[in-house]
Design a protein around this ligand. Structure first.
Ligand code: ATP
Ligand code: MG
Length: 437
């Protein structure tokens, strides 16, 4: 038995010993039935929050007024929630109040049938008021009760539906899907942060392609990332992009990324061509479509989008940076060594290589630049790409150069000589500087 499961079981046993009912509930039951390690354990109980707190002094009581207490034991946090019915939802985000009730009613307030299961922690017996076991078997995601009402109550469930369908590879039941499409606009009431958290979990999944397709086909994307929609039907020159329009190209790239791809890389792939629709022009003289400047405009758009979704600054900066540089990969074989080394020294370079790999892999199949860069990386591996400077600002001051723009220019020029291998030691470098000033 895993460590968290052991701890959650022992907490449940203490609740039972005090005369209460206590079950594992929701995601941890679902995951065990699927043979997956649950991320965390939730307990549902007949004990009131006050009774739970008395049994487990020192637990976190901030959620007690809506029935949730978090017990901590040997570094494991377990949510212990009193069986409850949610009051009416007025704002599409959270209930007005809660009433403590029965296990059956507690199951009915949950979102999807597969998330409505309870389990007796001792016997392993599953208590199923929602038909969740049959849906797990059939690999179906189905809202509990009337799907339209459930999505109207809480619009975050729209994003959760896409996440569960994607991560579990389940079909969304037809009535549930129809209600999602119908209530998609409810997402406008959900905060950018909560949408972002669900979206991030979807876009990093191995099957992120299907996740994105579900977001688009349901209409959900309209309410948080509408800039993706014009990619659909944005035609590209067939000699470079035999696969089709920018949307198809992007979907294939998302699919080609490895299962472990980072959030930043997944976002950079999704957004790398986001400015192709607004920069698209037709060059009649050459009879071809062009997207001049889509890298720079794309970086600006990526920044705006990710800022709106409240991503942290480091994510925004890295993604925008990768988008801004993705076309430079076509040019690496013409770069001078100094320029190439500076290019490769970016902290995002390894992720950019992967972006470039899938960019070519999903279109023209060209691998020349990728292999060139891999070989160069090996060739340069013995020493740092950007070595310690041979000449410093102090040296320039001693040589009588006044601080100013010229100052940085000289330092950069010395670095270029050093990266090109034309200056290798300090004395020679100082001599070189004396000559140019
Ligand atoms: P995971 O933890 O893997 O994301 P989970 O199903 O455990 O999946 P949680 O957010 O941890 O999801 O929630 C625990 C349980 O609480 C869910 O299984 C579900 O029964 C219920 N639940 C969570 N969010 C909602 C919601 N928005 N509407 C209704 N029930 C919900
Ligand atoms: Mg959970």
């Amino acid at each position: 038995m895993s460590h968290p499961r052991k701890i959650a079981s022992s907490l449940a046993r203490r609740l039972k010993a005090a005369g209460h009912t206590a079950y594992f509930a929701g995601g941890c039951v679902r995951d065990r039935l699927l043979g997956k390690e649950p991320k965390d354990y939730d307990i549902a109980t007949s004990a009131t929050p006050a009774q739970v707190i008395r049994l487990f002094p020192g637990s976190n009581e901030v959620g007690a007024h809506f029935g949730v207490v978090i017990a901590k034991d040997r570094g494991v946090h377990v949510e212990i929630a009193t069986f409850r019915t949610d009051g009416s939802y007025k704002d599409g985000r959270r209930p007005e109040g809660v009433t403590f009730s029965t296990p059956e009613e507690d199951a009915q307030r949950r979102d999807f049938t597969i998330n409505g299961l309870f389990e007796d922690p001792d016997s392993g017996e599953v208590i199923d008021f929602t038909g969740g076991q049959a849906d797990l078997q059939a690999k179906v995601l189905r809202a509990i009760g009337n799907p339209a009402d459930r999505f109207a109550e809480d619009s975050l469930r729209l994003m959760r539906a896409v996440r569960f369908a994607t991560t579990l590879d389940f079909e969304i039941e037809a009535g549930t899907w129809a209600a999602m499409c119908e209530h998609a606009m409810g997402l406008q009431r959900i905060s950018a942060e909560r949408i972002r958290d669900e979206f991030s979990r979807i876009i990093v999944l191995p099957d992120r392609r299907r996740g994105l397709e579900l977001l688009i086909d349901s209409g959900l994307i309209q309410y948080f990332l509408p800039e993706v929609l014009p990619l659909i039907g944005c035609e590209q020159p067939p000699q470079w992009h035999p696969e089709g329009d920018v949307y198809i190209h992007t979907l294939i790239m998302l699919e080609m990324l490895g299962p472990e791809a980072s959030l930043e890389l997944c976002l950079a792939v999704l957004l790398h061509d986001i400015a192709k629709p607004p920069t698209r022009t037709y060059d009649a003289a050459e009879d071809r479509i062009r997207f001049n400047g889509h890298d720079a405009l794309g970086a600006a758009m990526a920044e705006e989008i990710l800022r709106r979704l409240r991503y942290p600054n480091h994510v925004i900066e890295n993604v925008a940076f990768m988008v801004s540089r993705h076309m430079q990969f076509m040019n690496v074989q013409n770069m001078r060594i100094s320029k190439l080394k500076r290019f490769m020294s970016a902290p995002t370079f390894t992720q950019e290589l992967e972006l470039h790999r899938v960019d070519c892999g999903s279109s023209n199949g060209f691998t020349g630049n990728l292999h060139y860069l891999l070989a160069k990386r090996e060739e340069f591996a013995a020493e740092p790409l950007i070595p310690k400077p041979l000449v410093t600002g102090h040296d320039l001051i001693s040589l009588g150069v006044p601080p100013g723009p010229r100052f940085t220019e000289i330092l950069e020029a010395v670095q270029t000589e050093q990266l090109e291998g034309r200056l290798t030691e300090r004395e020679g470098a100082l001599e070189w500087v004396r000559k140019i000033i």
